[in-house]
Design a protein around this ligand. Structure first.
Ligand SMILES: C[S@@+](CC[C@H](N)C(=O)[O-])C[C@H]1O[C@@H](n2cnc3c(N)ncnc32)[C@H](O)[C@@H]1O
Length: 274
């Protein structure tokens, strides 16, 4: 359950505890921070995705939203009508998150990517633009959202390598994982419940390898999501975690002998660390 003000209190605690690249001794994590948090390069893809976001923010279109987040396993979705400008505001990855996803994918060059929660395709477009050679499966419960996401990917010419699969994760995830065989990059960005997150995490485990990264959004959304993240950190197969507050990453490389958990901010957020 989400407690009032929980993310704000969590951010203050995160900010206090977080380090910057100047206090990181792991060469892998130092490189990751440079590639994702410190890199200031601007890409044409950012302009293109943000132009689509602006268009959706100005749209008067109202669509049907099928919410599987509250449905019991195998149950029907709750339906409501919502303007897409509100969905962009509330559900889409922010430009900062999108650009971090882009930079992370560009650095790691994953070839098999899975996204749980397409919504209108903002994160999907950033990921697909970062690694055009990747095979991407993105899953979405709402047919109307999936339809708009597909149209957005087409506008940017990114649709060829992306399959947007419509339906509940509970039904589509096993087949999606089977068709990808191994996953290099999974973005968990839907169904913000601890039990569901841990179930999807467990389902992905047989498909991860030493170079896989699992990326979680919203671990500070609620106490139960923070508890789910702690359980993921403690999982014996996870060898390194990097918490950027807006995104949290779990790695599996067995060469990282001593399990470490980092909380990291861009160096400009703590300039006295220089
Ligand atoms: C936060 S949004 C995804 C945002 C998107 N990844 C982005 O970067 O813009 C979460 C999406 O997950 C979908 N979702 C949540 N639980 C689901 C479930 N159990 N099965 C299918 N879709 C689900 C919702 O319909 C919603 O569109």
């Amino acid at each position: 359950m989400q407690k009032h003000g929980y993310p704000i209190r969590q951010f203050l605690a995160f900010y206090k505890a977080a380090d910057t690249k100047f206090r990181v001794h792991s060469p892998f994590v130092f490189e990751l921070v440079n590639a994702v948090l410190e890199d200031q390069r601007w890409y044409y893809a950012f302009r293109d995705v943000e132009a689509i976001r602006r268009k959706m923010q100005q749209s008067n279109l109202v669509i049907d939203v099928a919410d599987y987040g509250a449905a019991p396993p195998g149950g029907d979705a709750a339906h409501r009508r919502a303007p897409i400008r509100q969905i962009v505001q509330r559900a889409a990855s922010s430009s900062r998150q999108g650009q971090w996803l882009f930079r992370l994918a560009q650095w790691l060059k994953p070839q098999h990517v899975l996204e749980l929660g397409t919504s209108l395709g903002v994160g999907t477009m950033y990921l697909a633009a970062a690694v055009r050679s990747a095979t991407i499966i993105s899953m979405e419960g709402s047919p109307d959202c999936a339809h708009i996401a597909k149209a957005n990917l087409e506008i940017l010419g990114l649709h060829k390598n992306v399959q947007v699969q419509t339906g509940p994760f509970q039904e589509n995830l096993p087949a999606g994982l089977k068709s990808l065989k191994t996953v290099d990059f999974v973005f968990f960005d839907g169904h913000h419940r601890a039990d569901a997150t841990l179930q999807y995490f467990e389902q992905c485990l047989p498909h991860v390898h030493a170079q896989t990264v699992l990326v979680f959004d919203d671990i500070y959304w609620s106490t139960e999501m923070t508890a789910a993240w702690k359980a993921i950190q403690q999982h014996p197969q996870v060898t390194l975690t990097v918490d950027l507050f807006d995104l949290s990453l779990a790695f599996f490389n067995p060469d990282f002998k001593n399990k470490q958990h980092f909380k990291l901010l861009p160096s400009r957020c703590k300039p006295w660390h220089f």
